[in-house]
Design a protein around this ligand. Structure first.
Ligand code: GLA
Length: 668
């Protein structure tokens, strides 16, 4: 499954250690068959100890050391953490909170992305690195910055926001209209009156808030592309990326950003130990979806992952034996160009001294390091390399340019995931608290449990070829997206839309005349009222399923009623359009009910699990070469004539089952 371009390694911070430790690290990396190390992420104060004075000597030795051990470098620009001299010289470049408090130096991300001094200093250090290392033989990939995603509300941002708004809205009247500014007397007479959405007396304007998130995303993207272009100006064929951090609080539109990177790279830190397999599948399917929609063929990279623990509500839950390799391979099966971790060697001090690492504080004689060595051997063997170590002169290919599906087969079922929809929900004061990404993950998890191969797709994705498309809580739906969904059904697709979809336009203005506004005709329903449920309560539907969290009062003038509320009103409906169908789910469903509904829709659409009838906790992922099995349970299982041991992963090469037959008949 992996190709000989597999990335396997971690963030390595040699600047935190005396040089004799570097030699030990390099030897250990070789032992673990590491192929790449991310260096320089937080090294600005070492690389440029005073303005314009560089010290590259130590990084020369680090890169030379990697190369002489046959290990590639993922070289970061260090701009996520400006040194103290910078903030002292440019206090205006520190980030300012919503309440006007300017943050001080002392952590990381202590900058405003729109501060001219910060941008100039970032460009300078990125260019200096490019000039020095562009042709270094260890270099595999440039890693600009680290996890873009900071917020700022300062005066630099205010100025840049006004420019951005002018470009977006054209005239102040158009902006007032888009923001429904007559509400609470917010009509602006001049651009200069507009501020970032700073702390105010009571509720802010949701359209203002949403535009600010879009603006921050574009500001950070401009900062990224500036550095990328500076690197490519020195070496046009440089491969450049940045590591995406996932989460609803991040004002970064990853689908859009994916077009600007050479390899989509994500950091993923699941929030619960039990949730690791499902959350990893979701993040991987989303990364693959961004990559495919941006024209990268579905190839992506897991850039950071925690080796030994999962931070669950402040408690570091230890990953059990076997999990390191199993989850790494599960990512690779889903299209990742490898598995990279944070971090290589655990820090002695500093804010993250208790963060897990492949080489923990006790040293390499640990269970975890032994597993890291085993994983390295397994990845090397799987990619078909000879068991000898990579030679220093071997040129490591970059994993792009492969045709779609080379890494992993795409699914028959897709789940729509629009991060800006999450921003819209987050900016709005809805009739009940709504966790957009949580809802999307719930629907994805139900399909994952049932064993379907799922793609998580952004609105820009091509939808032809998917038998089933699930659109959960797409609160904000542009006209273009509404037409895309309509076309999908009219061309024979099977659509499942849930409550709180199609409600507002791109400016968060409600689509009038009955919910779900943009999709009313397609679904053949008309919702008069929302009726959200208090936590812990449920309504039993006429098929025995339980509705939770949300219910609605609707009629179904153009659709057949599939399931009803206790009083006979429609709850779940279905409208046929030629061979296509459009289902509407007006309520929240618990996991069992969600699974039952989806299984029925998928079966009717001709989609099937990769391997039907797998036990709960056993996962099958179809790749271009066969099927990978993952046993996330504590028992062994017999699958397809093979004994799958507890907690292990196994490849069935050239396995052909239902999926191959289905794939041959695509599109629908
Ligand atoms: C992020 C960062 C790393 C580190 C890890 C800790 O992903 O990029 O620098 O802070 O989190 O989990």
């Amino acid at each position: 499954m992996p190709t000989n371009s597999t990335f396997y390694g971690a963030d390595w911070n040699p600047e935190q250690w005396p040089e004799p430790v570097w030699a030990q690290d390099l030897a250990l990396m070789r032992e673990a068959r590491v192929t790449a190390a991310t260096v320089g992420v937080f090294s600005w104060s070492r690389l440029e100890p005073s303005p314009g004075a560089y010290d590259f000597g130590w990084l020369d030795r680090v890169l030379d050391g990697l190369h002489s051990h046959g290990i590639g470098a993922v070289l970061a620009t260090p701009t996520a953490s400006p040194p103290p001299w910078f903030t002292r010289a440019h206090p205006d470049a520190l980030a300012t909170r919503r309440d006007g408090v300017r943050l001080v130096h002392g952590s990381r991300d202590t900058y405003c992305v729109n501060a001219p001094a910060y941008r100039a200093a970032s460009l300078r250090i990125a260019t200096a690195l490019a000039v020095r290392y562009a042709r270094h033989p260890a270099l595999r990939l440039w890693h600009v910055h680290n996890e873009y995603g900071t917020w700022c509300f300062c005066d630099h941002c205010a100025r840049a926001f006004r420019t951005w708004l002018r470009e977006r809205h054209g005239t102040i009247d158009a902006l007032n209209d888009a923001w429904t500014a007559d509400f609470w007397s917010q009509c602006h007479g001049d651009w200069s009156e507009i501020l970032p959405p700073r702390a105010t007396q009571y509720l802010g304007n949701p359209a203002h808030e949403l535009d600010y998130r879009r603006f921050l995303s574009d500001s950070m993207l401009a900062a990224y592309t500036e550095q990328r272009d500076a690197i490519k100006a020195v070496v046009p064929d440089a491969q450049v990326t940045t590591n995406f951090v996932l989460g609803g609080w991040v004002p970064v539109d990853h689908a859009r950003w994916s077009r600007e990177v050479d390899l989509v790279a994500i950091d993923h830190y699941p929030s619960t130990l039990d949730g690791v397999p499902a959350q990893s599948a979701f993040a991987a399917d989303a990364a693959r979806g961004w990559s495919a929609a941006a024209g990268h063929g579905g190839r992506w990279l897991l850039m950071e992952h925690a080796p030994g623990h999962v931070a669950e509500q402040g408690i570091q839950r230890r990953k059990p034996p076997g999990m390191l390799a199993r989850i790494a391979l599960a990512h690779v099966a889903r299209g990742s160009a490898g598995a990279m971790y944070f971090q290589w060697r655990a820090s002695r001090g500093g804010a993250e001294q208790w963060h897990t690492a492949l080489v923990a504080h006790p040293g390499p004689a640990t269970r975890l390091f032994a597993e890291a060595v085993a994983l390295g051997n397994r990845l090397a063997a799987t990619e078909g390399r000879a068991p000898s170590d990579r030679s220093a002169d071997e040129k490591v290919p970059f994993p792009t340019g492969e045709p779609a599906g080379a890494a992993t087969a795409c699914g028959e079922v897709a789940v729509w995931f629009d991060e800006t929809c999450g921003w819209a929900v987050g900016a709005s004061h809805l009739p009940a608290p709504v966790d957009y990404q949580g809802i999307v993950e719930d629907w994805h998890r139900a399909l994952w449990r049932l064993g379907y191969q799922v793609d998580v797709v952004p609105p820009s994705a091509a939808l032809d070829g998917y038998r089933v498309l699930v659109v959960p809580a797409a609160y904000l739906l542009t006209d273009e997206s509404a037409h895309t969904l309509e076309r999908y059904v009219r061309e024979g697709g099977h659509l499942v839309v849930t409550y709180l979809s199609g409600i507002v336009d791109e400016h968060l203005r409600v689509r009038l005349g009955g919910y779900p506004g943009a999709l009313r005709d397609l679904l053949g329903v008309h919702v008069d009222e929302f009726d959200p449920l208090p936590p812990g309560t449920a309504v039993t539907l006429d098929n025995g399923d339980r509705a939770t969290a949300w219910t609605e009062h609707l009629t179904a003038p153009g659709a057949a009623v599939h399931v009803s509320y206790p009083d006979g009103r429609p709850a779940i409906t279905r409208r046929e359009h030629g061979t296509g169908t459009a289902h509407y789910v007006s309520c929240g469903l618990d996991e069992t009910a969600t699974a039952r509904l989806l299984d029925g829709v998928c079966a009717a659409a001709g989609a099937a699990p990769v391997l039907p009838g797998l036990p709960d906790g056993v996962e099958a992922v179809r790749t271009a070469d066969g099927v990978w099995l993952f046993n996330h349970t504590g028992e062994s299982h017999d699958i397809a004539g093979r004994a799958l041991q507890p907690g292990t992963a196994m490849e069935l090469p050239a396995f052909s089952g239902h999926f191959t037959e289905i794939a041959a008949t695509r599109p629908r």
